[in-house]
Design a protein around this ligand. Structure first.
Ligand code: AMP
Length: 223
């Protein structure tokens, strides 16, 4: 099953994407993680993307489309995948259908009000090694600044600083939010309130995915 998680920065796409991956076995693909890795390794693509990511601007469609095309052609994506942070523009949404030959089965729009999103981003920490996501108030690591899973160092993302966050939210409203209409017309959009706690949101998402999977008994999950 091909799952797209839609929602502003801080709406919980990464956290819920990890939980979906663990329960259903589909790989989670985060274009933000792929870009940050390319920047860290200073690959040619990473160098092109670096200043845009730092400023909270979108990287050009051709760069991310190429990245996703390569990633979803991997054997582990044969039965499906979870996209976190892609598509972000109409052009990317159309490119995804061209590269995959099909539309996604389910697009989950995670609605969270702006003040909550701002708090979450201020409190977010990520593991530099395994990319696990924490919140210094709501989902604390057992040991401060240390990842529970791999003991990697936890840091705040540079683009989670308040000036850049405002730019990212503005771009979301201007460019990405219109994808809701696009997927509504394709009859694949499901909306959920993403403002509760992690477990209750995952319960709602799980119910939606189970309902969708029941339509395709032969593809129970990604395993
Ligand atoms: P994220 O981790 O999804 O918040 O993404 C972090 C940053 O990576 C964004 O602010 C953009 O600069 C860049 N980025 C991630 N995904 C995309 C995309 N689909 N299109 C363009 N830029 C992206």
């Amino acid at each position: 099953m091909r799952i797209i998680l839609l929602g502003p920065p801080g709406s919980g796409k990464g956290t819920q994407g990890d939980l979906i991956a663990r329960r259903y076995g589909f790989p989670k693909i985060s274009t933000g993680d792929l870009l940050r890795e390319a920047i860290q390794k200073q690959t040619p693509l990473g160098k092109r993307a670096e200043s845009l990511v730092q400023q909270g601007q979108l990287v050009s469609d051709d760069i991310v489309e190429e990245m996703v095309k390569e990633r979803i052609s991997g054997a582990d994506c044969r039965k499906g995948y979870i996209l976190d942070g892609f598509p972000r523009t109409l052009s990317q949404a159309k490119a995804l259908e061209r590269m995959d030959g099909r539309r996604p089965e389910i697009v989950i729009d995670m609605h969270v009000a702006a003040p909550i999103v701002l708090d979450r981003l201020r409190q977010r920490q990520v593991c530099v090694e395994c990319k696990a996501i924490y919140n210094t108030h709501l989902h604390k690591p057992r040991k401060e600044n240390v990842c529970d899973i791999c003991q990697g160092k936890l840091v705040q993302r540079e683009d989670d600083s308040s000036a850049v966050v405002r730019e990212r939210l503005k771009i979301y409203e201007e460019q990405t939010a219109k994808l809701k209409d696009y997927y509504l017309q394709k009859n694949v959009l499901k909306m959920i309130d993403g403002s509760g706690n992690v477990e209750s949101i995952f319960q709602k998402i799980g119910a939606l995915l189970d309902e969708e999977l029941a339509k395709y008994p032969e593809k129970k999950n990604g395993r």
